[in-house]
Design a binder for this molecule. Sequence first.
Ligand code: GAL
Length: 954
Amino acid sequence: MSDRTTVDYVEDVSPGSGALPPRAWYAASDARSMSLNGSWRFRLSATIDAEDDSFAEEGYDAGNWAEVTVPGHWVLQGDGAFGSPIYTNHLYPFPVDPPHVPTENPTGDHLRVFDLPDDWPADGSAVLRFDGVESCARVWLNGTELGEFKGSRLPHEFAVGHLLKPGGNVLAVRVHQWSAGSYLEDQDQWWLPGIFRDVTLLHRPAGSVGDFFVHASYDHTTGEGTLRVDSDVDGRVTVPALGIDVATGEPVTVAVEPWTAETPKLYDGVLATAGERVPLRIGFRTVVLEDGLIKVNGRAVLFRGVNRHEWHPEKGRALDLETMREDVLLMKRHNLNAVRTSHYPPHPAFLDLCDEYGLWVIDECDLETHGFVEQDWRDNPVDDDRWTPALLDRAARMVERDKNHPSVVFWSLGNEAGTGRGLTAMAEWIHERDPERLVHYEGDWNCRDTDVYSRMYAFHDEVDKIGQRLDGGTHKRRELPFIQCEYGHAMGNGPGGLADYQELFEKYERLQGGFIWEWIDHGVEHAELGYAYGGDFGEELHDGNFVCDGLVFPDRTPSPGLIEYKKVIEPVRIEGDAAGGTVRITNKHDFADLSALAFEWSCQVDGETVESGALAVPALAPGESAEVKLPEPPADGRGGERQWTVRALLADDTAWAAKDHVVAWGQFAVAARPLPVVPATDRPVRGEDRITLGPAEFDARTGALRSIGGIEVGSPRLDVWRAPTDNDDGAEWQTDTRYGLLWRTLGLHRMRHRLASVEAGEDALTVRTRVAPAAREVGLDTVYRWTSDGERLRLTVSVTPEGDWSVPLPRLGVRLGLSRADRVEWFGGGPGEAYPDTRTASMVGRWQSTVDGLQTPYLRPQENGARADVRWVELGGLRIEGDPEFWFTARRWTTEQLDAARHRTDLTPGDTVWVNLDHGQHGIGSQSCGPGPLPRYFLKAEPAEFSFVFSAVK
Ligand code: GAL
């Protein structure tokens, strides 16, 4: 057992001891460095003092220890031998007893023996850098203790030159899962201990660069940039492309191209001191708060953003550069222009990518104390002076590390930490250290410490009020711009209502956009479950699949939410005027003109493109719009539905996408769709146990359809149930009505069908039913009326609600079964899924897929895969036309099976393909953490009539 005092640091509120002061981070210079990433020896103990620290001594034999990969989290390695991840949203997974942590405190001893390369310089000194260790580490080199630190997603450096030997250096790191620091790191994510970012040995030659601060501003009135590099160690700054060669600390003003997220112009430069040359990538831009607006280079910006946690399904928060690049490329390709690094500074290389490709960044400090909300914020560390040094240390480590990135426009104090003196101290320190950026924090509704009024999940009507400046608030707040640092909760199917938010953001100048929650589902790759979420590791407290709420799946496949968001925030608006034969093009960029885009028109007849060509559009400046004449519509050869589609494409390859990548599009009808007409010329003929009508056979007793043109069909019958989405169910604290639960209480998942009559009449077979749940008086009087012209079969469904329906319906339509179906072709909205308030990206056209291809594999299975505005669909040998257009869904399992499944792997295909043809769907909304669907997307229980025409595919 160790002496108690040698382990006290774990529960000490101080940030640590022994580390060097924070400084600017850079990936490489001409000074030598050596990565210590790779395989390390590893020993796990159940408590902090189960083992003494003799392993840190030279000569210790760790030959029988296990191994782990650094960077990495031990709980994601060793096939469960090293414990498992824990997911909680805001609850601390240990008693709230600050600064104490459980005695059961998994402690990972890490050991790495290394030799210096032969040509490692003998002069100068060296530092050892840890870019991220969760949550507390104690470090020794060659038996000498260097210190200990907390602040998991922040860098820590130690001076080690005096301890290094040419060979056999022993680096020992003891990492504790829990520490006083854990109280400051209560973010909604997996708790994942380990050395999860790089470990690097950096040679520091005599006269090498210390800390430095690149100030590169842009004066939009003159087109000039001013550069001044403040450096602890004097030297010179050169920027060849600008002819700059000045001493550090000396300002120089020259004509430059500015940096913006849309035009991320970087100038390569060098900071040279006597002992080192550090490459600089300089972006000139000026961020100010002016006229109550966030302005960059003189113009107000609109954030089309997302919250990004670092996530990889196998490696957790240990991300490699290619994964980071993939995130940035995906964001750029989907029209995003901003990232909030929720809720901690990301790996520094990510910010290099944001500089390079162009994304505005809110860099957020590694701070959240959300769990204290359970006790009304009593004892909250951010309002307790004893913790303030730790908070200031975190602020400084973020700002000093990241201050040279042009992409960073806001510093965020942290997330969901209540309010308190410690936050104020952080804001004061940051404002003083970097007056050239703005400060963000959402928890400060009075905006005492912040430069922006920021909220999360504010409902549309409140945002509207805020836009009109009718929201009141403190005097300071009333002067500030507004952003939603989180909105549009992308959990499962959704988020809905994004287009409605965007409309508000574009309407009021005070609203400067928002950041969707969140980028990626934090699913953990799992042998049996596919992807695991909270509870799958037997955690005693957990928040289930609340950790799977991203716009991309864990493997970074875009979910429909991302496709929708891309369309909603597209930087060019394309609106047609069919009668005038013109299209209005509006440039919605904040900085770029349209010269990077090429436009293309096409004309569709019944969804098939019959002609297309280039459209000349002037290089409109931001905010400008123009009416552009379309060519003469192609001659009216075959009637049918006709529409224009106009697309904006990249005119050339860019750093983030290839030429012809579609940035924006618009579609508008020229001639409406002729509705299907089926004259009721055939009459139903009653046989012994069958009724025949045209190509169809029915059960004579029940009136149930059996086959059409020899194709067996499980009879269509009324269906109102959908497997509730996360947004249908809503979060427990929601004030909006949580219909997912009310539907189930009412029994909409167990509707019974009472057959009232089967009437074979003159020209129709009419089946009357009443559909209702047990124990309730509400019901849906439902009449199926079948007619035929001998070849085609028309079904008209009439629904009349009875009783007091106080809830909307999940869906309204029919469900039928097909025994053999795979390939699907349709004319309607596609290619992806859509619902009433997530349908902006649904493009009308001819689409093909397979039944499997229609599924959206949400990690917790739920309603998915509907296609909107379907005119007709062909599958399983049947052609189904709608009057009016309908929502189409097909899957190899029933809705009930989908509803019962917890993971994708619970869904096993059966023999039948279940097809839903819906007249209506209820909206999706964002109620898993935000508003439900807006009233206009409600599917009210009202009298309805809709038809389908069935025929065998020719
Ligand atoms: C917010 C929080 C996020 C996340 C989200 C819900 O309150 O800041 O970290 O928990 O809600 O997914």
